[in-house]
Design a protein around this ligand. Structure first.
Ligand code: HH2
Length: 277
């Protein structure tokens, strides 16, 4: 049977790699911070990403870059809810809410979000409850610790084995709470408590995540691992490197890639598919 990822009333057949467009409604995200603070600008950008080929639009109201401070829940909800609501009405593709907070997830589901993307991997039981009470798709990401401290000397024995085991455990918790397997995507969390070598190894051994049987999502777009390889401190100049990484992911088991540069990534994946035949 074809593999699927179900997000509310939308079911994706995972016969090609989907593109999730990033829309950060924050003042301080590492590469698009401050661009879409006005909800009308954010909604326009969300629509533009869909015309460029995005399959999902992921709205975030809290930067989780290394060292970022946590945002008050009320402030986060005030940032994202109008944008999620404005987009969900007639976007034509699912809107995802990128949050660590159950109240924010719930508030956004009530205005039409169809995916909960939790970078803390559903460690909060309240978040598991919100997911279980909904019909939304979920993204379970691995993060070591929390954004404020996660890059302070991250250590693993076998990074792939440890991240995989953690994700399998969190996915099982969700399943036990009633979230069907077909709703769950797992994500190794590139850049979240990992050195450059850890990130490269996670990408190199990506097929090991697909073996778990859940949909696999990867977000590497413009991240510091690309910057480190290219010696490029400016995230806006990491586009080609990011597209190369997304293409690698698509060829090695990623069902969904989370990217800033939707048009460039969609073009690259189209060419890959044409070559594959
Ligand atoms: N990365 C970021 C945020 N959310 N969600 C998932 N599932 N996977 C990721 O790799 C991921 C994520 C960080 O990137 P970005 O949103 O561009 O930056 P910031 O956290 O500074 O807003």
């Amino acid at each position: 049977m074809a593999r699927r990822w179900r997000c509310g009333d939308v079911t994706f057949t995972l016969d090609r790699t989907l593109v999730m467009g990033i829309l950060n409604v924050t003042p301080d995200s590492f590469s698009d911070g401050g661009l879409y603070e006005d909800p009308l600008d954010a909604i326009a950008r969300g629509r533009q990403m869909v015309t460029q080929g995005a399959d999902i639009v992921d709205v975030g109201g809290e930067s989780t870059r290394p060292g970022a401070e946590e945002v008050a829940v009320a402030a986060e909800l005030a940032r994202v809810r109008p944008v999620v609501g404005g987009l969900a009405r007639d976007l034509g593709v699912p809107v995802s809410i990128d949050t660590r907070h159950a109240e924010v997830a719930e508030g956004c589901l009530s205005v039409g979000a169809r995916v909960i993307n939790d970078v803390s991997g559903f460690r909060d039981p309240a978040m598991v409850e919100v997911a279980a009470a909904s019909d939304a798709g979920v993204v379970v990401m691995h993060m070591l610790g929390e954004p404020r401290t996660m890059q302070a000397e991250p250590r693993y024995g076998d990074v792939v084995a440890e991240v995989r085991e953690h994700l399998a455990g969190q996915a099982e918790t969700l399943e036990r709470a009633g979230v069907g397997r077909e709703r769950i995507a797992i994500d190794p969390g590139i850049g979240f408590g990992k050195t450059v070598e850890h990130n490269l190894e996670l990408l190199r051994r990506l097929p090991e995540f697909a073996e778990l049987g859940y949909a696999v999502l990867v977000g590497v777009s413009r991240k510091s691992v690309i910057g480190a390889v290219l010696h490029e401190p400016d995230p806006l100049r990491r586009v080609q490197g990011s597209v190369a990484a997304a293409a690698w992911c698509a060829l090695h088991g990623a069902d969904i890639v989370r990217v800033h540069d939707v048009r460039d990534t969609v073009s690259a994946l189209k060419v890959l598919r044409a070559i594959e035949g």
